[in-house]
Design a protein around this ligand. Structure first.
Ligand code: DHB
Length: 308
């Protein structure tokens, strides 16, 4: 059985889209909502005002990887709030919120608090692609300050999307901050920020914004994603669930994320590459692996990584 529970919300499956992929429009969200192999659609991270995003090309795919500097193109907060408030399917939806400042963040979450949406909201503290704006979650004091203010009024399920960390001391420090708050979940990882891919024919970067600097995703980042999922599962309170994001291409990759501690697993680059049929393929493949190993439920191996 493929299932998960985050903050009392039941998921009938373990696979979701990574925010940013196949989730900007109502039509794309409907397709995810109507696919039985998708446990929940996640909406494109929304800002108060709609945005066109950065100049194109802002996305490029290569062997086992992607680089993007989309720049938060989205239809604006009200568009996504209305979608999650009014959809007619009883499948859960995760509402992703981004913001360009702490005051915008507070304003958006107050609107969610006052709305009819009672599902899970995810605050994105890790977008690497807005010119002049830092990835907030690399600043532990700023993250603490935002969460402290947010949880003074926000009483619905709230998780956060984190960037990848690379130092065990940083895991200790950020986990210590996160454990102070009643977070529903952490979603690890966002893209590995500010990579640079160069085309030697044109002698230029493959994407245009920010001098070619962009977030790395795809199968190449799987070890970083697994390390982050594992490091957080070993450090966070049990009540804080984990959405594993990063590097998933095969059913084995989904299995590995769950083994490291993921409750749900997201698909980004490969969803963009292969389309939404990938959810059915990965679900079936995961069930095959479980059958071969004699597991009937994901609970039989979730977070059960063994010693070598
Ligand atoms: C964008 C990229 C991200 O990694 C993110 O978390 C939010 C937005 C973007 O460029 O649109």
């Amino acid at each position: 059985k493929l299932s998960a529970n985050i903050a009392g919300v039941d998921f009938n499956g373990v696979l979701i889209n990574a925010s940013g992929v196949h989730c900007q429009t109502e039509k794309e969200l409907d397709e995810l909502l109507n696919d039985d192999a998708v446990a929940a659609p996640v909406t494109k991270s929304a800002t108060l005002n709609s945005r066109d995003g950065n100049p194109k090309p802002s996305y490029f795919e290569f062997e086992n990887g992607s680089i993007n500097s989309m720049g938060l193109p989205n239809n604006g907060f009200e568009y996504y709030l209305k979608y999650v408030e009014t959809h007619k399917n009883n499948k859960p939806i995760i509402l992703s919120i981004a913001s360009l400042s702490k005051s915008e963040c507070v304003k958006l979450l107050k609107k969610v608090q006052d709305s009819n949406f009672n599902g899970i909201t995810e605050l994105n503290l890790s977008c690497p692609n807005v010119i002049g704006k830092p990835q907030v979650a690399y600043d532990f004091a700023a993250t603490d300050e935002i969460l402290n203010e947010v949880f003074s009024f926000f009483k619905k399920p709230l998780g956060i999307k984190l960037p990848p960390y690379f130092d065990l001391t940083h895991f200790d420090q950020i986990a210590q901050v996160l454990n102070k708050y009643p977070l529903s979940h952490v979603n690890s990882v966002n893209s590995i920020g500010n990579g640079l891919l160069v085309d030697i024919d044109t002698e230029a970067p493959v994407i245009k914004p920010k001098g070619g600097f962009g977030g790395l995703g795809g199968h190449n980042i799987l070890p970083t994603a697994l390390a982050n999922v594992r490091a957080f599962r070993l450090r966070l309170n049990d009540s804080i669930k984990i959405i594993g994001t990063g590097g998933v291409k095969t059913p084995e990759d989904v299995f590995a994320h769950i083994l490291c501690g993921a409750d749900l697993v997201s698909i980004g680059t490969e969803l963009n590459k292969r389309g939404i049929g990938i959810f059915r393929e990965l679900n079936n493949g995961l069930l095959d692996i479980m059958k071969n190993k004699g597991y009937s439920s994901v609970e039989d191996f979730r977070s059960a990584l063994k010693e070598s």
